[in-house]
Design a binder for this molecule. Structure first.
Ligand code: NDP
Ligand code: MG
Ligand code: MG
Length: 340
C-alpha cells in the first residue's frame, strides 16, 4: 500500500516564520487562507477588488493585490481559476519570485501542460485537496479534514517536501491522509476523475436515468427523488463503508438489481469510452481544447451551461428543494461557484 502520511507525522516548524500568499479567495482560496491562519501560520491574501476582496477583509485577513501579496511572501499558492493562472502569473507573480521562494499549486494543469514555466531558482510543488474547497473549510472547523496529494516538481531549497507537508497539515489534510504524487499523475487523474466519474459521468448518468423515467410517462418529481435526491444518501453510505457497506443497507432486491443491471448500463463499451477520455487527457487534446475555448471567450461552455440550467431535472429539482430547506444547510457560507 502507498505510504499515507498523517497529522502527527509532520513537523510544521519549517513553515513557521514564512509568509504564505494565498492568491485567490474562491472555493479553495478561502479555505486555505482561513485554515492556515487558524493553524498558526502567517497568511496574506492576494486578490483583485471585488466580492472576494470584500469577503477576505470580512474574514479578517491581510488583503492586498496579487502582486503585493506575492512580493511580500515566501510561499505563493496559486488559487485563481486554472484558465486565468497564466495571465495572473505573468502579471503579478513572476517578477516577485525570489531565490528560495516556493510557488505552489492545488492542481498541476498549468505546469504539466506548459502554460506556466517556473524559473529554476524556486521550489515548485503542489498540494491538491481531494475535495471541494468548501469542504476543506467545513471539515477543518469540525476537527476533520479532506485528504490531499502533494507532489514536488522542483526542490531548490532542499526542504520542498517538508514545506509541502507542513502546508498540507496546515489546511487540515493530515487528519484525513496525505499521499505523494507527481504533477503528471495528479493532473491526469484529477481531470479523469472529474470528467468520467465524479462530475461528467455522474451528471450524465443521473440525467439519462431521469429522462428514461419521464419519457416513459412517470412523474418528474418521482424521477427526481429516485435519480438525484437519493443519490446523496447512497453515496454517503459508500463514503462511510465502501460498496459493501452501501449494499448492506439496501434491500437484497436492490442489491440483486445492482449486480445484474448495473453492468448492463455501465459496460465494456462505457469503459472503452473512458479509455478514450483518458487518452485525450494524456495526449493533451483535452487541455488544448479547453485553452482554446477560453481564448474564444467560452462560446460552447456558455451555450451548454445555459441549456443545462433549463433541463427539466433542474427546474423540478429547484421547486422540490425549496420545500426541503434542510438540504441546503450544508451550503451556508458557500459562494455560488463550487467545482472540484
Ligand atoms: P474559484 O473560481 O473558486 O476562485 C477563484 C478566485 O480567484 C476568486 O477569489 C477570484 O476573485 C480570484 N481571481 C480571479 N481572477 C483574479 C485575478 N486576475 N487576480 C486576483 N484574483 C483573481 O477557484 P477554485 O478555488 O475552484 O480553483 C483554484 C485552484 O484550485 C485551481 O487550480 C483548481 O484546479 C484547484 N482546485 C480546486 C478545487 C475546488 O474545490 N474548487 C479542488 C482542488 C483543486 P473574484 O471574486 O475577484 O473573481
Ligand atoms: Mg479534483
Ligand atoms: Mg480538478
Amino acid at each position: 500500500m502507498a505510504k499515507v502520511i498523517y497529522h502527527n507525522d509532520i513537523q510544521e516548524e519549517v513553515l513557521k516564520g514564512k509568509k504564505i500568499a494565498v492568491i485567490g479567495y474562491g472555493s479553495q482560496g478561502h479555505a486555505h487562507a482561513q485554515n492556515l491562519k487558524e493553524s498558526g501560520f502567517d497568511v496574506v491574501v492576494g486578490v483583485r477588488q471585488g466580492k472576494s476582496w470584500d469577503q477576505a477583509i470580512e474574514d479578517g485577513h491581510d488583503v492586498r493585490s496579487a502582486f503585493e501579496a506575492a512580493q511580500a511572501a515566501d510561499i505563493i499558492m496559486m488559487l485563481v481559476p486554472d484558465e486565468l493562472q497564466p495571465a495572473v502569473y505573468k502579471e503579478s507573480i513572476e517578477k516577485n519570485l525570489e531565490t528560495g521562494n516556493a510557488l505552489v499549486f492545488a492542481h498541476g494543469f498549468n505546469v504539466h501542460f506548459n502554460q506556466i514555466s517556473p524559473p529554476s531558482n524556486v521550489d515548485v510543488f503542489l498540494v491538491a485537496p481531494k475535495g471541494p474547497g468548501h469542504l476543506v473549510r467545513r471539515t477543518f472547523t469540525e476537527g476533520a479534514g479532506v485528504p490531499a496529494l502533494f507532489g514536488i516538481y522542483q526542490d531548490v531549497s532542499g526542504t520542498a517536501k517538508e514545506v509541502a507537508l507542513a502546508y498540507a497539515k496546515g489546511i487540515g489534510a493530515g487528519r484525513a491522509g496525505i499521499l505523494e504524487t507527481t504533477f503528471q499523475e495528479e493532473t491526469e487523474t484529477d481531470l479523469f476523475g472529474e470528467q468520467a466519474v465524479l462530475c461528467g459521468g455522474l451528471t450524465s448518468l443521473v440525467k439519462a436515468g431521469f429522462e428514461t423515467l419521464t419519457e416513459a410517462g412517470y412523474q418528474p418529481e418521482v424521477a427526481y427523488f429516485e435519480c438525484m435526491h437519493e443519490l446523496k444518501l447512497i453515496v454517503d453510505l459508500m463514503y462511510e463503508d465502501g460498496l459493501e457497506g452501501m449494499r448492506y443497507s439496501i434491500s437484497d432486491t436492490a442489491q440483486w438489481g445492482d449486480f445484474v443491471s448495473g453492468p448492463r448500463v455501465v459496460n465494456d463499451e462505457t469503459k472503452a469510452r473512458m479509455k478514450e477520455v483518458l487518452e485525450d487527457i494524456q495526449n493533451g487534446a483535452f487541455a488544448k481544447g479547453w485553452i482554446l475555448e477560453n481564448q474564444a471567450n467560452r462560446p460552447q461552455f456558455n451555450a451548454i451551461n445555459a441549456k443545462e440550467t433549463n433541463h427539466q431535472i433542474e427546474t423540478v429539482g429547484r421547486e422540490l428543494r425549496e420545500l426541503m430547506p434542510f438540504v441546503k444547510q450544508g451550503k451556508k457560507n458557500q459562494s455560488a461557484e463550487e467545482v472540484i
